[in-house]
Design a protein around this ligand. Structure first.
Ligand code: ADE
Length: 245
């Protein structure tokens, strides 16, 4: 897979490229990652990429010409173009999987200032948002999306490392512990020290269900629970009632 980020601030991605898992993935050529500065495409004699909003108002708006020319220079039949904007589809693990498995060349367009000229939207395949908040620019969002997608590519991390992640099975991840067995009076649950794999798996599923009920009940709304999950949910409810009583 190749990721191309169109940005006014290529240096924003320097530490991303040179750190940890992403660095290794790039070295092993499991992914290609490039940034293109769309200022290099402006035909404006002062190198401007933005202008004041038509109709008046605060701030500056990114102009069509440098962005669309830049986009056309990197785009091919294999490309899928996303635009980072708070108005877009909410990014989630499902979309990360879709990008990682279906797209050969992901182009990510980062905005800055007050936003994009509306006509630029007709050149992109999807608008994507990280959530209901406004960033100073799309770079932070592009970095998050690149990270979430790259770690799902084959051989970047072990399959088992992400199959238990939060959201992978529609639930939040179970609690994890490491040594020491006791820290400031808090003990690692005995089951995790038992070496009994079936019990550990069951405990983890139950804790995942508990955590999800507590923190993200919305994730359970349309879930089709397995027989085992329904049994564990009954146990959790019974324990809660006991706790209250
Ligand atoms: N650009 C500015 N805010 C954003 C957000 N919430 N998500 C994606 N891109 C953005």
């Amino acid at each position: 897979m190749k990721i191309t980020v169109l940005t006014l601030f290529p240096e924003f991605f320097d530490s991303f490229r040179s750190t940890s898992i992403i660095k290794r993935a790039l070295e092993q050529q499991l992914v290609e990652f490039e940034t293109v500065d769309f200022r290099a495409f402006t035909l404006d004699r002062h190198n401007h990429v933005d202008d004041t909003p038509c109709g008046g108002g605060q701030g500056m708006v990114l102009s069509c010409q440098p962005i669309v020319d830049c986009l056309k220079s990197v785009r091919s039949e294999d490309s899928f173009v996303i635009m980072m904007t708070p108005q877009g589809n909410r990014f989630d693990q499902k979309l990360a999987h879709r990008f990682a498995s279906e797209i050969k060349h992901l182009i990510i367009l980062c905005g800055h200032y007050e936003g994009f000229d509306e006509r630029i939207r007709s050149f992109v395949d999807m608008e994507v948002s990280l959530g209901d908040f406004v960033l100073t620019g799309g770079e932070g969002a592009a970095l998050v999306i690149s990270d979430a997608v790259i770690r799902l590519l084959d051989h970047v991390i072990k399959e088992e490392s992400h199959s238990d992640d939060s959201f992978e099975n529609g639930l939040l991840e179970y609690p994890q512990y490491t040594r020491p067995i006791e820290y400031e009076g808090m003990r690692v649950p005995d089951v995790l020290l038992s070496g009994h794999h079936a019990n550990i798996r069951k405990w983890r599923l139950k804790e995942s269900l508990k955590k999800t009920m507590e923190k993200r009940p919305d994730l359970l709304k349309n879930r089709e629970f397995t027989k085992e999950e329904r049994k564990l949910l009954d146990e959790i409810k019974a324990e809660e009632e006991q706790g209250e009583g």
